[in-house]
Design a protein around this ligand. Structure first.
Ligand code: NDP
Length: 296
């Protein structure tokens, strides 16, 4: 039997459509145009692609996009000054500083300089604390996208055994918090976990956020489980020609799809949902800033 493929690309399109509807209403009824500022320091090619996509999709849903590209050797103080300007700019409702930052800049200092209400990445220490204590937070985009796909597929997640492989601050930990908030029984696994295969086999929901190509084989997946593959790894693809490559997840899709009940592909699963959730978070931030009801 083959698993249902969870189509993140199609789901992301429906999220963007809803966001576009909220943008029109904010514009027509309240005369507000939501604005997202994205800051890129340096010229990392992968980050440049992300930033370009974010800017394009922001404009497509009718929001204002403000892109700030700074040279690699930008002093930390200059970046902090830009963040301060964006914090006090009423046209900017969301601020995203693209990570990673160059080594001479303290990432935590910059993230925590962002006004928490505008922190659409949800990485500010206040938002992390609000999420952990079950209060109204800005929720990090990648785990939020995973949660939306899980809710769409399962309806209620209550009582399900969820295993999150990976404990990073941007994916693993907030993912675990969100699953806990939805009343899953949550296990967080990492590089020191004993019997990772056995831990994964107990999962009704298995979220892989490791960054190791195809490390989770199908025989680690419980029959019928839902598998969310966050990993984005580039591997050589000689079948496509010399020097060519392709993207794969942290899960070995070919074997896992035979066992799982549902699975996200890479590409076309979690990735597209991340940017859609960034746009949705910007609407949330805009509504909160203007004391308007937030979209559900
Ligand atoms: P990090 O490198 O920050 O974290 C990786 C985690 O995996 C760590 O907690 C690490 O454990 C754990 N790990 C590493 N090796 C093993 C192993 N052999 N067994 C078990 N656990 C292991 O990565 P991120 O969380 O930032 O990203 C994870 C993946 O998700 C990457 O492929 C990234 O590209 C992708 N990603 C995709 C996004 C999207 O939009 N789809 C967005 C963000 C990330 P330990 O803590 O013990 O070292």
């Amino acid at each position: 039997m083959s698993a249902k493929i969870i189509d993140g690309k199609a789901f992301a399109a429906t999220v963007r459509e809803k966001v576009a509807g909220h943008v029109s209403r904010l514009r027509e009824v309240h005369n507000i145009v939501p604005g997202l500022a994205v800051v890129l320091v340096g010229d990392d090619p992968a980050s440049e692609v992300y930033v370009r996509n974010k800017g394009k999709q922001t404009l497509e849903v009718g929001m204002n996009s403000y892109e700030h590209k700074l040279p690699e050797d930008t002093p930390e103080a200059d970046l902090l000054a830009l963040v301060a300007r964006l914090n006090s700019d009423p046209a900017v409702h969301g601020i995203l500083v693209q990570l990673p930052l160059p080594d001479h800049i303290d990432e935590e200092k910059v993230i925590n300089a962002i006004e928490p209400g505008k922190d659409v990445d949800g990485f500010h220490i206040l938002n992390v604390g609000l999420l952990a204590t079950g209060q109204k937070a800005m929720v990090p985009c990648t785990p939020l996208g995973c949660l939306m796909m899980l809710r769409e597929h399962h309806g209620s997640l209550s009582g399900l055994n969820a295993v999150v492989v990976g404990r990073s601050n941007i994916v693993g930990k907030p993912m675990a918090q969100l699953l806990l908030r939805d009343s899953c029984t949550v296990t967080i696994a990492h590089s020191r976990t004993k019997d990772l295969a056995g831990v994964c086999r107990g999962a009704d929901i298995l979220v892989a956020a490791v960054g190791r190509a195809q490390m989770i084989p199908g025989d680690w997946v419980k029959p019928g489980a839902t598998v969310i593959d966050v990993g984005i790894n580039r591997i050589p693809a000689p079948e496509k020609g010399e020097g060519k490559s392709r993207l794969v997840g942290d899960v070995d899709f070919a074997s896992a799809v035979q066992v799982a009940g549902a699975i996200t592909p890479v590409p076309g699963g979690v990735g597209p949902m991340t940017i859609a959730c960034l746009l949705a978070n910007t609407i949330t931030a805009c509504c909160r800033a203007n004391d308007l009801p937030e979209p559900s």
